[in-house]
Design a binder for this molecule. Structure first.
Ligand code: ADP
Length: 384
């Protein structure tokens, strides 16, 4: 199917920053696009050919949108899967496939998938209610500390809590959840794998994520990860095993824990462009967004090696500020060589809302990491 300067349309469910960055490639190649998002101010609305406002979790909204496109992809996984299944039956190509989304949308079914496919992951138990968790603690079946994860509500660390006492349990959502062993990991890694329908598969280098100490959100991503060759090989092998089990089409970001004993465990996956791949816009021969477009259009995949070392820092809304956004001191960071800011176009800031990111490229990773910290301390996302 020829998508270059034709009327063939690529549909994207979700018009956030990931959708906006996917559109850099479709604009470059003159591929026609249509985007569905619940917000009329979504970051992606300016760069697509057609923009539709609608609920991504509503069967009819997703079905009606999908009927008008040739290939349908996502930039967020919380979408109506039943509508995607119906569209697939009716001949629309849906990538990632609905069965992949169905497995990953629920954290319990995702973990059971790893167990079934002998993919290394932290041990876990499924609970239908919070009362059952409390009961298990009283009976001594479950002991502190452990990790609680809401079965379906999670996003950016919001449905995840480390539980160290009975008091911590009281703050939790009462619904179905997953209780996981707390992994005292050495590093959090991720590997982005990409696969096209005819089977060609590639992967990006292993990256390392550093988290904000209290917000449970990624603050920095370093490429390459500062780990041994042996650990990197293991991380790639586990990511490839995971991707092969899913048989997905498009990108699959595999989030991993590297333990102190050198073991690699899968935490979770995202079948779409991922925050841990933003570095690739400046640092890789083929950026993750272009790679995803290549894969879903069944085109040859691009080279995934890095041209240069990079560190990405997320720009999130500063605590204490809510309202129309201002990027204070952005001119100061633009004056530094190798510092490239990306502003997503969200008009309102809130504490810890992802508003943009900055990529720092430098031949030495330790220098790039120090520069990233300097950027973080200089540029603040506040209100007027
Ligand atoms: P989300 O879907 O909200 O991103 P994750 O499952 O990725 O949720 O968890 C968010 C973060 O919580 C992880 O990146 C990690 O820092 C921490 N975490 C999650 N599971 C565990 C675990 N079993 N042991 C230790 N830390 C964990």
């Amino acid at each position: 199917m020829d998508f270059f300067s034709t009327t063939k349309t690529l549909g994207i469910l979700g018009g956030g920053q990931l959708g906006k960055m996917l559109l850099y490639t479709t604009r470059k190649w003159d591929v026609k696009t249509k985007v569905l998002d619940p917000s009329e101010n979504a970051p992606a609305q300016l760069a697509c050919d057609e923009f539709v406002v609608g609920d991504l979790t509503d069967f009819q909204a997703v079905y009606d949108f999908g009927k008008g496109v040739d290939i349908l992809t996502i930039e967020i996984e919380k979408v109506n899967v039943e509508a995607l299944e119906q569209l697939e039956k009716e001949g629309v190509k849906v990538y990632p496939q609905p069965h992949v989304l169905k497995t990953i949308q629920n954290k319990c079914s995702q973990k059971q998938f790893y167990k079934k496919h002998h993919i290394p992951t932290a041990s876990f138990e499924k609970y239908e209610t919070l009362d059952q968790v409390k009961d298990a603690v009283i009976k001594g079946v479950l002991s502190f500390p452990f990790v609680w994860k809401s079965a379906e509500m999670g996003y950016d660390g919001y449905g995840v809590a480390i539980i160290r006492s009975n008091k911590d349990i009281e703050q939790l959502n009462p619904g179905p959840c997953l209780i996981e062993e707390l992994v005292p990991f050495e590093k959090e890694l991720s590997v982005i794998v990409c696969r096209r329908p005819q089977g060609e598969t590639t992967h990006y280098p292993v990256v390392e994520s550093e988290f904000h100490p209290t917000a449970n959100q990624v603050e920095y991503v370093l490429c390459p990860a500062r780990i041994s060759d042996q650990a990197a090989e293991k991380a790639i092998a586990v990511a490839q095993q995971t991707a092969a089990a899913y048989g997905h089409i498009g990108l699959l970001a595999v989030e991993l824990f590297l333990t102190h004993e050198g073991e690699v465990l899968v935490n979770e996956v995202a079948p779409r462009p991922h925050n841990s791949g933003h570095f690739s816009i400046e640092a890789s021969y083929t950026c993750q967004f272009e790679q995803h477009v290549r894969a879903v259009l069944d085109l040859p995949l691009g080279k995934t090696e890095s041209k240069v070392t990079a560190v990405m820092v997320n720009l999130v809304g500063k605590e204490g500020y809510s309202g129309p956004v201002v990027y204070k001191n952005i001119d100061q960071i633009l004056a530094i060589e190798g510092v490239i800011p990306h502003i997503y176009g969200k008009k309102e800031t809130r504490p810890f809302r992802k508003m943009g990111h900055v990529t720092i490229i430098h031949p030495k990773i330790d220098t790039a990491r120090k520069m990233a910290q300097q950027v973080k301390e200089t540029l603040s996302v506040i209100t007027k």
